[in-house]
Design a binder for this molecule. Structure first.
Ligand SMILES: [Zn+2]
Length: 86
């Protein structure tokens, strides 16, 4: 139904939805990747400080563990092609 096209085939609805959600949850930029040795699409997870602060207050501070883990685990820009940290 939603059918987007991948590199070589048509994607089904679930694949299309997950790809749309992934794109909405990321920030994009153009940066030089030392591994690919060219300018590539760089991505990083989108984080809302307001949402994280609200969740921290609502969970009485427990969300700080998740927030801290996310910050360390998914820090900074990454090359969209090879995954190298930029
Ligand atoms: Zn790269």
């Amino acid at each position: 139904m939603l059918g987007l096209y991948g590199k070589d085939r048509r994607l089904n609805t679930r694949e299309s939805t997950s790809r749309i959600l992934r794109v909405l949850a990321q920030q994009h930029s153009s940066k030089k990747c030392p591994a690919c040795d060219e300018y590539v699409l760089a991505v990083r997870p989108y984080r809302s400080r307001g949402k994280n602060l609200l969740l921290t207050v609502c969970t009485l501070g427990i969300w700080l563990l998740v927030w801290g883990y996310e910050t360390v685990r998914y820090s900074g820009w990454r090359c969209n092609d090879c995954g190298h940290q930029l």
